[in-house]
Design a protein around this ligand. Structure first.
Ligand code: 6GU
Length: 248
């Protein structure tokens, strides 16, 4: 996967994305991250990339030309117009299934906005996917782009050394992950659950699934409504489709 990040702050990305698991994935040639500095493409003699909004109002708007030329530099290099994500609180919220979907692409472009926004005309011209990472406002699209690159990369085969860990974990089947324990058996007066030391893999599996469901019910009841539960589990844990969205 080749990531091209169109940004005014390339150094912000460079620092973060070349370390840890993503750094290893890059060394293995599984991913490549290139930050493209939008300012390098301005035709303004003062290197300006933003201007006042037509119609007035607070803040500045990122202009179309430098963004479009930075984008064209990428498409000319790779020879086609790849999926292009604009990070904006106005997009639909990023999910695990969207991460999986994007992990199948060969190239991805991320456009990181700043200030009050980006000239609508360049968005119409290049953006294929509008994505938000949650209901709060950030100062720019750089952190959301990094969040997405992390989530997408770990879905690419070979990025996680333990292949299974990409599967059985939070959000798989819309359930949160079960709690984990390691040595010592007793810490701070608290024992690890005996069943995990029983060696009975069937019982451990049942216990873990129950923990996942209970946790999801407690912390993310909205997810539990969408979870892949058996009819029996729905009955035991009090989940039924009719109750979705009911307020009393
Ligand atoms: Cl993608 N961008 C900004 N600026 N703020 C956000 C966001 C994105 N997602 C949530 N808040």
């Amino acid at each position: 996967m080749n990531y091209y990040i169109l940004t005014l702050f390339p150094e912000m990305m460079e620092q973060t994305l070349h370390t840890s698991i993503l750094g290893k994935a890059e060394e293995k040639g599984l991913i490549k991250i290139q930050a493209v500095n939008i300012r390098d493409y301005t035709k303004d003699r003062h290197q300006k990339t933003d201007d006042y909004p037509y119609g007035g109002g607070a803040g500045m708007v990122m202009q179309a030309q430098p963004i479009y030329d930075a984008y064209l530099a990428v498409t000319e290099e790779i020879g086609y117009r790849p999926r292009t994500v604009y990070l904006t609180p106005q997009g639909p919220t990023f999910t695990q299934s969207k991460a999986k979907e994007l992990a199948a692409e060969k190239d991805l472009v991320f456009l990181c906005g700043h200030y009050e926004g980006v000239d609508e005309r360049v968005l119409e011209e290049i953006v294929t996917d509008y994505v938000s990472i949650g209901d709060y406002v950030l100062t720019g699209g750089e952190l959301p782009a990094m969040v997405m690159i992390d989530a997408v990369s770990r879905m690419i085969p070979g990025v996680l050394t333990n292949e299974a860990s990409g599967m059985a974990e939070s959000f798989e089947g819309n359930l949160l992950e079960y709690p984990q324990y390691s040595r010592p058996f007793e810490w701070n007066g608290k024992k690890a659950p005996e069943i995990l030391l029983s060696g009975d893999h069937r019982k451990i599996e049942i216990w873990r699934r129950e923990q996942s469901i209970l946790r999801t019910k407690k912390y993310r009841p909205d997810l539990l409504q969408k979870a892949d539960l058996t009819i029996k589990e729905k009955a035991v844990y009090g989940v039924n489709d009719e109750s979705a969205g009911r307020s009393v």
